[in-house]
Ligand binder design. Structure first.
Ligand SMILES: Nc1ncnc2c1ncn2[C@@H]1O[C@H](COP(=O)(O)OP(=O)(O)OP(=O)(O)O)[C@@H](O)[C@H]1O
Ligand SMILES: [Mn+2]
Length: 453
């Protein structure tokens, strides 16, 4: 008898211990976004659980299947021909910033070193922007080395005047469709980085470093200036063109980039942020990058509410920007179809630093597909900055795809950056973003959805 009751209580203790461990694991999953990362970044994360009184949260967001059904059944009936006066004046202002004034390199670099603040990489009106674009497009390359950041093929270049920039080469032509199984399949799309930069300006999310297109001579621009490690990855293919594969986690000779006629390649050149210490955080909406393993956010419609309860960094309160920034980022990513924002970066040392929009190359893989789950932060939280909503509303009348083309065509040294199909996809996706916000307003109210800070 005694022995039996001992066995029962022992069993109870074990069951209790297992339950406690399960709970701790659940909290850990919520905190980390649901899975272990494949990435080897050093990053710090805020404390897990706040002991404060539970916060009152508004209703949950929208379920993905419901949203997909609604988006497929509705047409976007915005009059696309009528650019409003506000669009025209916004475009004129942007064009003024993007126009090169012919300043000397030292002046351009001198003023750009003051651009960065904890909430913006480019101040809201930056007349030196055009000169910076020109500088990145034309300044001779004086050094090329292995960047040792990230996992994909890149080159760190130094331009005359001493400014560093990241070079990401072209892998695909504009019409290539990425047929891989996942939203993040394939190599980087260099044009996506450039479009991302211009889109960030149009959206008023100046959190993307300047990215431009440039034709590079692999031999005279890169190999001739390369350090030993980078130079060691160069070879000639059987058409006697220069090729290289660089040094990175996924770099190997079978995945090399080769010059065409005259050893020329297209590349994007991204302004390197000097003297800025970045902090990398795992995105709560990170994918698992594993077949058959779903992240917590993919299985729990209440993910956003739980995230806010568990981690006060993501709480929606005046003065807190992290959640609203991630929602802005999800809209930006959905428009360019970037499903690879596994981490996000902020400027280190500021509690309310903005979420930066770095690394936009895994975009524009499929013009015919809209990966609605990229929008999860928006439809699961069902809130968005009022200013972002107003901006989107204005851009819809552009239409946005045309505005992007207009800005990029003026600057581009590498021709149109997007095929017509991709341009149309941007407009279609913006329609879906607006419809998602409307649906949120139906389950909540406009006042609850549009956040005034
Ligand atoms: N313009 C920049 N200025 C300063 N640091 C940068 C810049 N661009 C990227 N970085 C840093 O380098 C890291 C790697 O860059 P990026 O994400 O573009 O490369 P990636 O190879 O695609 O990385 P991953 O494989 O992790 O997605 C970024 O996480 C960031 O810390
Ligand atoms: Mn990347």
């Amino acid at each position: 008898m005694l022995c039996r009751s001992f066995r029962v209580s022992f069993g109870l203790v074990i069951a209790l211990a297992v339950a406690i461990l399960c709970n701790i694991y659940l909290v850990f999953l919520l905190w980390t976004g649901g899975q272990q990362s494949d990435y080897h970044y050093e990053f710090t994360v805020p404390p897990i659980i706040s002991q404060e009184a539970p916060i009152k949260l508004k209703d949950s967001g929208l379920n993905l299947n419901y949203l997909k059904t609604m988006l497929n059944s509705s047409t976007n009936n915005v009059d696309k021909t009528s650019s409003s006066r506000s669009v025209i004046s916004m475009m004129n202002k942007l064009k003024r910033e993007l126009k090169s004034r012919g300043a000397k390199t030292v002046d351009t670099l001198g003023s750009s070193s003051e651009w960065v603040s904890p909430t913006m990489l480019i101040p809201s009106f930056t007349p030196e922007l055009g000169d910076m674009i020109k500088y990145l497009q034309t300044s001779p390359i004086t050094r090329a080395s292995v960047p040792r950041v990230g996992t994909q093929l890149k080159v760190m270049i130094t331009l005359e005047g001493g400014q560093k920039a990241l070079l990401k080469p072209q892998w695909y032509d504009r019409h290539h469709r990425i047929d891989g199984p996942d939203v993040y399949s394939g190599a980087d799309r260099h044009n996506g980085e450039i479009v991302g930069f211009y889109l960030s300006l149009l959206l008023g999310m100046r959190r993307t470093p300047v990215a431009i297109g440039r034709i590079i001579n692999l031999t005279s621009d890169i190999l001739a200036n390369a350090d030993r490690d980078l130079a060691a990855t160069f070879f000639k293919n059987n058409q006697s063109h220069s090729c290289f594969y660089g040094v990175c986690r996924y770099c190997k000779p079978e995945l090399s980039v080769c010059g065409g006629e005259g050893d020329l390649i297209e590349a994007t050149v991204i302004l390197w942020l000097n003297d800025v210490k970045l902090k990398s955080n795992r995105s709560p909406w990170q994918r698992t990058y594993k077949k058959n393993v779903r992240a917590l956010w993919e299985t729990d419609d209440d993910f956003c509410i739980k995230l806010q309860k568990q981690n006060k960094v993501f709480r929606l309160e005046a003065g807190k920007r992290r959640l609203l920034d991630l929602i802005d980022a999800s809209v930006f990513d959905f428009l360019i179809s970037n499903g690879d924002r596994h981490h996000y970066e902020i400027i280190d040392g500021y509690s309310e630093a903005a979420v930066l929009l770095l690394d936009n190359g895994k975009s524009f893989g499929r013009p015919d597909l809209d990966y609605v789950d990229i929008l999860a932060p928006l439809y699961q939280c069902c809130v968005i900055r009022k200013s972002t909503f107003k901006r989107l509303e204005m851009l819809e009348s552009g239409p946005l795809g045309t505005l992007i083309e207009e800005l990029t065509l003026k600057d581009s040294l590498i021709g149109p950056l997007l095929t017509e199909e991709h341009v149309q996809a941007i407009n279609r996706r913006l329609g879906k973003v607006m419809r998602t916000i409307q649906l949120c307003a139906q389950v909540k109210s406009w006042d609850d959805v549009l956040v005034p800070y």
